[in-house]
Design a protein around this ligand. Structure first.
Ligand SMILES: NC(=O)c1ccc[n+]([C@@H]2O[C@H](COP(=O)([O-])OP(=O)(O)OC[C@H]3O[C@@H](n4cnc5c(N)ncnc54)[C@H](OP(=O)(O)O)[C@@H]3O)[C@@H](O)[C@H]2O)c1
Length: 365
């Protein structure tokens, strides 16, 4: 993790270069005709302390005006259906409402286009489009990134949101990798590498890696990363989410070392009512039982807030980790999240990075 002082330096630089005007402030200042220098909601910033955050209650209303900013959200096609929706859909909707130029990238064209239609219906004048991307297919990632590089001059925010939980039996991707590892970790790693040229041209660009409370139970099995010998759906998921947290912090360290000018942060949603468990281990699994019977799962729109905060708030620290600030970080508005001990281990990250470069046939250089 970065030091407090470096975070504060970044914070001052950010505020000097871009006086973030939250939309709530925008509405307030418009109403009273006051100057645009007013900042609401996100001016004090988090301390670098661990544990429950000290961020004042923050909502999607506090997202700065994002006109002219280009954003990509992976896995954003989960429009509301059967009382559930995807976190990425709510990220995309809120970012489009704030005026960003949003690309949503997912596997299914029909669902992607329907998500675009719904966002346009909810956010008048939303600049949102769908592009096909299968994160479990390296060729699809490369084709998608090529398309992005051909159609965009820069990228200001990449939200690495898409994700799967393992099914009860081990599955492999078209490239032969275990499906959870392929989608959540390797896919986003390769995507980030392929989009780095665009991110480097962005305006104070950021990457948000969506992790999970379950990263705390994750173990990186370097001797069996694909869980070929001993598959367990929970172990596959927890490993992938620890890996993504390690990648968030390592990307930040490398960005500083090599002067990429890109900020990398992480978020987790607590627990939210989405399709993750029903489409993963299913409603008959222990997770499925909890999902159906425990009243702790918050609406996806609330679960999306830590990611939106991490991606847009001025108070965000490079290399920071944000999650709900309610009890045990399960639900509530965004706060500073507790980083699991293993995720702080930069030696693990430095071991993982070249391995992913080799498996993904990619490089950040
Ligand atoms: N919900 C929670 O309580 C919770 C807790 C901790 C972390 N998270 C994390 O939050 C993120 C979003 O998950 P969610 O809860 O919103 O679940 P979700 O409703 O199942 O959404 C997952 C999204 O990822 C997409 N996706 C899956 N495989 C893909 C692939 N190969 N290529 C491209 N897109 C793919 C899905 O699209 P398809 O329609 O194509 O499947 C869907 O849009 C995940 O990273 C998850 O690990 C969620």
């Amino acid at each position: 993790m970065i030091s407090v002082s470096s975070g504060q330096e970044y914070q001052s630089q950010l505020e000097a270069e871009r006086p973030a005007l939250s939309r709530r402030a925008f509405l307030q200042t418009s109403a009273v005709g006051a100057s645009v220098g007013l900042v609401a909601g996100c001016s004090s910033g988090p301390s670098n302390d661990r544990g429950a955050g000290r961020i004042p209650d923050w909502s999607a209303e506090d997202i700065p005006v994002l006109r002219g900013r280009t954003v990509l959200v992976t896995g954003a096609n989960g429009y509301p259906e059967n009382g559930r929706s995807g976190l990425g859909y709510h990220d995309a909707l809120a970012l489009a409402r704030a005026g960003a130029d949003v690309t949503i990238a997912s596997r299914n064209q029909t669902r992607g286009q329907e998500a675009v239609r719904r966002i346009r219906a909810e956010a008048l004048h939303a600049a949102v489009r769908f592009e096909r991307l299968d994160l479990a297919d390296l060729a699809s990632i490369r084709a998608f990134a090529r398309q992005m590089r051909n159609t965009h001059r820069s990228l200001d925010l990449l939200v690495n949101n898409a994700g799967v939980m393992g099914r009860l039996n081990r599955e492999v991707s078209v490239n032969g990798f275990e499906r959870v590892f392929a989608t959540n970790t390797l896919g986003h790693f390769v995507l980030t590498a392929e989009l780095m040229p665009l991110l480097r041209k962005g305006h104070m660009s950021r990457i948000v890696w969506v992790s999970s409370l379950r990263a705390g139970s994750g173990v990186l099995r370097f001797d069996d990363l694909q869980l070929q010998k001993n598959y367990d759906y929970a172990a596959a998921y927890d490993q992938s989410k620890l890996a993504n947290l390690l990648l968030a912090f390592e990307t930040e360290r490398r960005s500083r070392r090599y002067g990429w000018g890109v900020t990398s942060v992480a978020s987790h949603p607590g627990v939210a009512r989405t399709n993750l468990i029903p489409n993963g281990p299913g409603l008959e699994s222990p997770e499925g039982w909890r999902f159906q019977w425990l009243p702790i799962f918050q609406p996806a729109a609330t679960g999306a807030l830590p990611t939106l905060y991490a991606g847009t708030a001025a108070g965000v620290l490079p290399g920071g980790y944000y999650g709900p600030k309610g009890i045990a970080e399960l639900r509530g508005p965004p706060g500073v999240a507790q980083v699991p001990a293993a995720a702080r281990d930069s030696r693990l990250a430095q071991r993982l990075w070249p391995l992913l470069e080799r498996l993904g046939g990619t490089s950040f250089s």
